[in-house]
Design a protein around this ligand. Structure first.
Ligand code: PMP
Length: 364
């Protein structure tokens, strides 16, 4: 059967491996599996939020409030923005899809960093758009700006902090790119990990309000990371109403579930859980930096809830990921991004103990 030619060059997104796979393939008991591959919150979900989800179980037969009034109200209070500047997606992923469908088409161009979140490319290819990448894996204004000037791309992605590398742009670098952008270029500032950057060093963090100063920019945030709701699939976009109105035309009705909606509203009311998650992360990430130094491999300074270890010729990241997997520890191999590196979500102290013990065993 023939399919649209745009699909020919799309590689299916490789999601982090699930616990069930390790149980099935390697016979590891489910409680023994340590999953540090998808940048989920190792503390789980806030108990208050979990209680809300349970309390809403008997309303599962009802469609959710499609206006998402309460969630938008909570977000508008939190970020000090008007409700007309908000759109809610089934994960921020869904908003990325709306962006592509709203702006990209055959002949259109999209610019992103050499190594960045894989879905930008997949959604762009679906629209038949041309993909431009900067030479370096870091987001450097001196690489973005000439490409923006030469190609006038319809969309520019600034993934900061960046997945899968963990590094972040300085605030002034973000503003430098926004200041120089063409009014017809939609600049997406993907802040999926912004809570971690803001806690580590405010020079590397921006707020949605600051991004709203620009008429051609869209800020993306998610409940999947610091808020501990990856399984609920809720993300948000914040931009001038003109942009939000266009994206809303692509939104299917009831695009998040009633349980997800209730969970996200409750999560907005439990900032202490987010603060606790970020604190735990900050304590634990030092151990990963120390382990890398002790074993002679490099790491990228991280502004996210994961760390990227990169290796020289003595280690192959794919072999290492496989050896860890067989022992029940799931991490993310970055070979498909062209890097000899592993991306590891920083876990609880016990999960990290296990990872280091298994690493010791594998490295001999
Ligand atoms: N942007 C980035 C940079 C991400 O890493 C992710 C999740 N891996 C997303 C967006 C999508 O997150 P979600 O759909 O769970 O909100």
């Amino acid at each position: 059967m023939k399919f649209n030619k745009e699909l020919d060059d799309i590689k299916v997104y490789e999601a982090g491996k699930p616990i069930e796979l390790v149980v099935r393939e390697f016979g590891v008991a489910p409680e023994e599996v340590v999953k540090l591959a998808s940048n989920e919150n190792p503390l789980g979900t806030s108990p208050r939020v979990a209680e809300t989800i349970r309390a809403h179980a008997d309303k599962a037969h009802l469609y959710p409030d499609d206006s998402m009034f309460e969630l938008k109200e909570a977000l508008s209070l939190r970020f000090d923005v008007r409700e007309e500047t908000l759109i809610i997606g089934a994960g921020s992923d869904q908003i990325l899809e709306f962006v592509s469908r709203a702006k990209l088409h055959p002949g259109a161009k999209v610019l992103m960093s050499r190594v960045t979140f894989a879905m930008y490319e997949i959604y762009a290819r679906q629209q038949g758009a041309e993909i431009l990448r900067t030479p370096d894996w870091r987001h450097r204004p001196e690489e973005f700006l000439p490409l923006m000037k030469e190609h006038r791309p319809e969309v520019v992605y600034l993934c900061t902090p960046n997945n899968p590398t963990g590094d972040a742009m300085r605030r002034e670098e973000i503003f430098e790119i926004l200041d120089a952008s063409d009014p017809e270029t939609l600049v997406v500032v993907d802040g999926a990990y912004m809570e971690y950057a803001a806690a580590k060093d405010s020079d590397y963090a921006v707020t949605p309000r600051e991004i709203l100063e620009y008429p051609n920019a869209l800020y993306l945030g998610t409940f999947s990371k610091a808020y501990g709701l990856g399984g609920m699939r809720v993300g948000y976009g914040i931009a001038r109403p003109e942009i939000i109105r266009a994206l809303m035309k692509l939104r299917p009705p009831f695009n998040i579930t009633s349980l997800s909606l209730a969970a996200a509203i409750a999560a907005c009311g439990d900032e202490e859980f987010v603060a606790q998650s970020v604190r735990l992360h900050q304590e634990q990430i030092d151990r990963y930096e120390a382990y890398a130094r002790e074993h002679g491999f490099d790491y990228i300074e991280s502004y996210t809830n994961f760390i990227t270890w990169s290796f020289g010729e003595e280690l192959n990241s794919s072999d290492l990921a496989e050896a860890l997997l067989e022992r029940g520890v799931i991490v993310r191999d970055l070979a498909s991004y062209g890097l000899n590196a592993l991306r590891i979500t920083v876990g609880t102290p016990e999960q990290n103990d296990r990872l280091f013990a298994v690493m010791d065993e594998v490295l001999g």
